[in-house]
Design a protein around this ligand. Structure first.
Ligand SMILES: [Zn+2]
Length: 326
């Protein structure tokens, strides 16, 4: 069940759930496993939830509807699974899939196929798959599951929405995630930490949640009433952002936050800071694209000046002027 992954893979889980709830399907998804040991089960659970008669009605999975039950018994014609036989995935298998799915569905309205290890498509089978992906039919959804995305031809990857799983080490760390319900905090951590140890350290330090909150409140205040910020600056900034490394953290928050505002303004989409939707909407309503990009660029270039001998107070002054004073 997809719900089984709500704690082990919280971000991908929520993403998949949103896809199913919103009924905004892509034609192809590429799951990057990062060696997550239950990746195959997750891919199957996602496929099941896509096909399920009830989806997430009432925000829950079905209690095994007749489709789900037959998927469990490996007896459902609208879900096909392809994996390499020995070294390669042969062209014949892709052709067979295409033929089977060229006819109208026998049951349900969605057909899904999963390809495990698509990096093992040989040249010919990759081309056949590409053709299939290039002429998408609305009711066919592909799920590719790989640990070697760099070995898949780029034209295939570019057709897919990427779903990045958290690696084993972190996923095993379920305890860490279960008591975090702040997804902005999680997503920001995953985006700003390449190194797993650093990420663990970040996640364990719950003070980071407060730092994010406070920096965003600081932005919100600054956007509304530039003059008043000087009174609040102690409260909102100095209580949390003290050393150079806090400044780098705070600047990252601001950069990703403004990216979300720009995303919201242009695509109605928030990628990280869902929890701060109200603030994002207000800022998007009060700024145009040009102003927002100018602010973002300014913050990025200020962040680059954070070196060993930077004067932090001066830097903060510059930040306040860049965001509020123009
Ligand atoms: Zn079902």
């Amino acid at each position: 069940m997809l719900d089984d992954f709500s704690t082990g893979q919280p971000i991908s889980y929520r993403l998949m759930k949103n896809i199913i709830n919103s009924k905004q399907f892509n034609h192809a998804y590429l799951i990057q496993t990062n060696n997550y040991y239950k990746a195959e089960q997750l891919a199957l659970a996602f496929a099941k939830a896509l096909i399920c008669l009830q989806g997430y009605t009432n925000n829950h999975e079905c209690n095994n509807c007749c489709f789900c039950e037959r998927i469990d018994n490996n007896n459902f014609p609208e879900l096909k699974i392809i994996r390499p036989e020995e070294l390669w995935i042969k062209k014949e298998e892709i052709i067979e899939l295409q033929n089977a799915y060229s006819l109208k569905p026998l049951e349900g309205n969605k057909r899904v196929y999963i390809i495990y290890e698509p990096e093992k498509l040989n040249h010919q089978s990759a081309n056949s798959l590409l053709k299939f992906l290039e002429e998408p039919q609305s009711n066919i959804i592909a799920i590719l599951v790989t640990n070697n995305v760099q070995k898949i031809i780029k034209t295939i990857v570019s057709r897919c929405q990427i779903i990045n799983l958290i690696s084993n080490k972190l996923a095993d760390y379920e305890k860490l995630f279960t008591d975090i319900n702040d997804f902005s905090f999680l997503k920001l951590g995953l985006l700003t930490h390449q190194n797993e140890k650093e990420l663990q350290k970040y996640l364990e330090d719950k003070e980071n949640i407060n730092k994010i909150k406070s920096v965003i409140e600081f932005i919100s205040k600054l956007e509304k009433e530039y003059n008043d910020i000087l009174l609040d600056i102690n409260n909102l900034w100095h209580s949390y952002i003290k050393e150079k490394k806090d400044f780098i953290f705070a600047f990252n928050v601001i950069i990703f936050f403004y990216k979300d505002v720009i995303n919201y303004l242009n695509f109605n989409k928030i990628e990280i800071f869902d929890e701060y939707q109200m603030i994002i909407k207000k800022i998007a309503a009060n700024n145009d694209n040009t102003t927002l990009s100018r602010k973002l660029n300014k913050v990025i270039s200020l962040k680059e000046t954070i070196t060993s001998n930077v004067n932090l107070n001066l830097l903060l002054d510059k930040l306040v002027i860049s965001l509020g004073g123009v």
